[in-house]
Write a protein that binds this ligand. Sequence first.
Ligand code: SF4
Ligand code: SF4
Length: 316
Amino acid sequence: MRLVVASGKGGTGKTTVATSLALVAGDAVRFLDCDVEAPNAALFLAPKLETRKEVGIQLPVVDEALCTHCGRCAEVCEFHAIAVIGKKTLIFPELCHGCGSCTLICPEKAISERLDVMGVLEGGFTSEGIDFAQGVMNVGEPMAVPILRELKKWKPMSLRAALSGAVFSEVEGRRSNLPGNNVASGENAPRNDIEIRDSPPGASCPVVETMRGSDFILLVTEPTPFGLHDLKQVVGITRELGIPSGVIINRDGIGNNAVETYCAETGLPVLMRIPMERRFAEGIAQGKTLIQVEPEYTRQFRHILMQIADMLARQS
Ligand code: SF4
Ligand code: SF4
């Protein structure tokens, strides 16, 4: 089960929800911090980050000695990142998406590629056994999507099979029925079968890339006019992608009922309401997760995972 926790804007409580969900899922979970411009889930989950990998895109490099300036590379580039001007073939790295089309089409084999490093992936386990990975984008990089693509498929360590400890057994029992879940069943099956992606905020390309290939999207919002405005934008993306979603209302009690009304009218289930309480804000500011501040939420977050598993099982 691949679950994205998203919100239309930053500071809504997305990481608060994602990290507590990861802790209740225990050692069955893989956690991806996809907020590559400002990853902060590690502050709460405290993984031991032992593995590191540089990532980026393959930039074309033209060998002018081989190039005949035929212009076919410039014709195939839909991003206008390569141009032939007279006897010069120019690359514009800031426009290049590293798709490789120019390299493939060049009849003279005049184009080679080099890795343009855009950031790093870091991975490791938390003391609870959570398989944690995050992307960290270099300052000033214009594109987060290539880093996210690499993060989603990165498996730095073998999955730990048959871990001990508390596992979300109800969900585990249903995993073979979940869409997109091909894990084997049985005693020695990998337990790393819930993936939680902490999305970047907003409604732009990195958010779409984070959601792509997921099974369910949890949308964290707050009951204010701004919260509703941003929620609508991100709901639009989930519907374009055809991925089911549900809502968690954070800071419940402030604002008005417009978010609840919108959810009721559009058939979006409200799966949880987290009240506005000063002790929550203080605990989170100290690096504590919500379930560490209020253990009562453990049961509620487990219930959310059960509800999502049920919804997905009904759809399959
Ligand atoms: S396709 Fe190859 S030969 Fe033609 S202009 Fe581009 S680099 Fe030069
Ligand atoms: S790799 Fe793709 S985006 Fe970059 S210059 Fe070549 S065709 Fe254009």
